[in-house]
Design a protein around this ligand. Structure first.
Ligand code: UDP
Ligand code: MG
Length: 330
């Protein structure tokens, strides 16, 4: 079995030399043990780095036949760099892993074994978030739960450390969306999946390429690329406020007609404010509902993927067509 290890790298000169050495050692071991074919390799994707990342990749590819690299024309962000690597990799199965090797490489062998048992996607899932700051843990876990509420399927505590089979990569190719949130797309592919648990270490050198801003952008991407729930909220709010304002209208009219409390001009000011507010929000909500439909249409996501075929032999097939012709003729 030929494995491609895809590694997105953005300004990773501090970790790359060590990372490359470790990955080579890992591959050599797996090849020696007969689990992988000799054509297995690492595919390093330089995501438009401004430091010496690409030079290191070039040098490594000359030195070792196990190392390949591609360089993107400019920085396109982690998700795009990852996609570039996945779609360019030639392996029969592809495992994506971060350049800082925070994710325990020991999980790779388990992933391969599960793949050999017939799983198409093997998700690496973190056992716990002990190495994260309190803030990161709180926001990340809260976020995954929120996504679930919004109806977005994601694997809890799974980032982008996973194995994908050739046919899931080909299925992924069919998703032409610009706003990429791979974690959300993969569960939509279907196919047989399984999970491997691992410990996540801290970055051993260099600093995180995911500052808070980028992290929030990715999180928002996850919501807006997969859920039209926020638009639905407007409709619901509009409905509630319209109903409430109807009550207030009736009340204001009652006060005007049957009590001495009403100040002149009060009813005609208060009623339209509530009523119009509610109706406007409701209308925006309805527009939102259509917008949601257009949005889903423009994604042009594939409708299905065939997992297996039960193919009959040629003679059996001709009998079947013969029969169906008879049925059709009657
Ligand atoms: N990365 C990338 N392009 C970017 C930002 C990050 O290819 O614009 C890569 C980075 O080199 C690393 C991976 O994405 O291999 C994850 O980044 P990092 O480890 O900094 O994120 P963290 O682990 O802190 O969330
Ligand atoms: Mg990291």
């Amino acid at each position: 079995m030929i494995l491609s290890l895809v590694v997105p790298c953005y300004n990773e000169e501090a970790v790359l030399p060590v990372t490359i050495r470790r990955l080579i050692a890992l591959l050599e071991n797996l090849i020696k043990s007969g689990l992988l074919s000799e054509n297995s390799h690492v595919l390093l994707v330089d995501d438009g780095s401004r430091d010496s990342t690409w030079k290191i990749i070039q040098a490594a590819s000359v030195e070792s036949s196990l190392i390949n690299g591609i360089k993107l024309s400019r920085n396109r962000g982690h998700q795009n760099a990852l996609l570039a690597g996945l779609l360019d990799a030639k392996g029969e199965a592809v495992i994506s892993v971060d350049a800082d090797l925070q994710d325990d490489l020991g999980a790779i062998e388990k992933m391969i074994l599960l793949y050999k048992k017939g799983d198409d996607i093997v998700y690496g899932v973190r056992k716990n978030r002990e190495t994260d700051t309190f803030f990161k843990r709180l926001t990340a876990e809260g976020y995954y739960k929120l996504l679930g509420r919004f109806g977005v399927e994601v694997v809890f505590n799974h980032a982008d450390y996973r194995l994908m089979s050739r046919r899931t990569i080909e299925a992924l190719r069919g998703f032409s969306e610009v706003n990429l949130f791979l974690r959300g797309i993969l569960p939509q592919l279907g196919f047989r999946t399984s999970v491997v648990y691992y410990d996540r270490a801290e970055r051993f050198a260099g600093e995180s390429k995911y500052p808070l801003g980028k992290m929030m952008a990715l999180a928002w991407q996850g919501v807006t690329s997969f859920s039209t729930f926020p638009l639905r909220v407007i409709t619901i709010l509009g409905l509630l406020i319209s109903l409430g304002s109807l009550g207030i209208t009736l009340w204001a009219i009652y006060i005007r007609l049957f009590s001495e409390l009403a100040v002149p001009g009060w009813t005609s000011t208060v009623v339209p404010i509530y009523l119009l507010g509610g109706i406007q929000l409701l209308c925006i909500g309805i527009i939102g509902e259509y917008l949601a439909k257009i949005y889903l249409e423009t994604k042009r996501r594939p409708h299905f993927f065939i997992e297996e075929r039960a193919q009959s032999s040629a003679t059996a097939r001709s009998i079947l067509t013969e029969n169906s012709r008879k049925v059709g003729g009657e």
